[in-house]
Design a protein around this ligand. Structure first.
Ligand code: ZN
Length: 89
């Protein structure tokens, strides 16, 4: 939804000259680099998921679990479903 018409730089707003950047770590596999301002970004920049280290699919799965169950979901069950630590859950 954010990049419906292709990648856009969240820093300068340019949509041309967006390159695939060489990832520093395996965590940032979809890292993009802007040819105008030379800054790196991902689709998560500017959203509530920007500073998180949890993969986006696990965030979305956790949100779904919390919204779909009538009485909420216990963090221990969330931990088992998401296969993450208790602290993360
Ligand atoms: Zn830019």
């Amino acid at each position: 939804m954010i990049w419906a018409e292709g990648p856009t730089c969240p820093h300068c707003g340019a949509c041309d000259q967006i390159y695939q950047a060489k990832p520093e770590r395996k965590v940032r596999t979809r890292l993009k680099k802007c040819g105008h301002c030379r800054k790196q970004s991902t689709v998560r920049v500017g959203t509530i998921f920007e500073d998180g280290h949890l993969p986006l699919h696990k965030w979305l799965q956790a949100i779904y679990l919390m919204c779909a169950s009538k009485k909420g979901i216990h963090s221990h069950q969330r931990m088992r479903v998401l296969e993450c630590t208790y602290k993360t859950a």
